[in-house]
Design a protein around this ligand. Structure first.
Ligand code: ADP
Ligand code: MG
Length: 251
């Protein structure tokens, strides 16, 4: 069964049809690419899938369950986590502190729990800290854990952003342009990290304009145009498809 199923997803902004009955599926264990010309509706699709904006029509099923219109934090809690195009860490905090801000929410958490069960809270904090260190290690960020986020390189900021998403314990990770503005060697490094996460069992859906990155990492690739799925296949297949070439030239 697909981990994510999107059926008939539609969304307008005034007179603009951003999504027009989008169909897509993401199979578990894949890094699926979502590409298409500017204005195709990729970001709107991500926003509707992750609950940031409601669709006008259509359905989003995650692991077979209907999550359409749920609040973003509920969707995150279910294991579908979105990382943003612009790295949004808090610059003055350290990398470790930035990661700790994004631990999975626990029931009964809050002031009352902190007062009534201090030992349990301390144990949870310690577990979260260990998790943050493990996430940092997976992304080659161990050496900069105690540095301010502001002092990171552009590529490290992108990795920290992925790390913050990983803190929420995703089963499906949505990445919107993870290598925008990153030089080619760093983009290759980020691709390697994402490939490793996939090998460890994470499923990923990526919007990205860098075609070398998509070609090296994503299979399958879904091409969107005008709010719909145009074609799907291997990168080589979709790149050779006349309809795709036409969509990019028309866009
Ligand atoms: P992509 O990410 O593929 O470039 P978007 O999903 O950002 O495409 O946009 C799809 C269409 O919807 C575009 O025509 C865009 O101008 C329009 N659009 C997206 N978001 C908004 C918004 N908040 N208000 C008005 N129009 C929007
Ligand atoms: Mg976009």
């Amino acid at each position: 069964m697909p981990l994510l199923q999107v059926h008939g997803l539609s969304r307008r902004f005034g007179g603009v049809v951003a999504l027009d009955g989008l169909e897509l599926e993401v199979r578990p264990g894949t890094v699926t690419g979502l590409i298409g010309p500017n204005g195709a509706g990729k970001s709107t699709a991500f926003q509707c899938i992750s609950g940031v904006i409601p669709p006008d029509a259509g359905q989003v099923l995650f692991d077979g369950k209907d999550i359409t219109g749920l609040r973003p934090d509920r969707i995150t809690g279910a294991g579908l986590v979105r990382s943003f195009q612009i790295a949004r860490g808090i610059p003055r905090l350290t990398v470790l502190e930035n990661l700790l801000l994004y631990g999975p929410a626990q029931p009964g958490e809050g002031v009352a729990a902190a007062i009534l069960r201090p030992a349990a809270m301390r144990a949870r904090e310690e577990a979260l800290r260990e998790r943050a260190k493990a996430v940092a290690a997976r992304l080659n960020l161990t050496a900069v854990l105690d540095n301010q986020a502001a002092a990171l390189s552009g590529g490290q900021k992108k990795l920290m952003e992925i790390g913050r998403a990983l803190m929420a314990e995703p089963r499906l990770l949505l990445l919107d342009e993870p290598v925008a503005g990153v030089n080619p060697s760093l983009a290759a490094e980020i691709a390697t990290h994402i490939g490793t996460l996939r090998d460890e069992g994470l499923t990923v859906l990526i919007v990205e304009h860098h075609m070398d990155f998509v070609a090296s990492l994503c299979d399958p690739v879904i091409v969107m145009a005008e709010g719909r799925r145009l074609v799907e296949g291997s990168f080589a297949d979709v790149a050779a498809d006349a309809r795709v070439q036409e969509a990019y030239m028309g866009g």
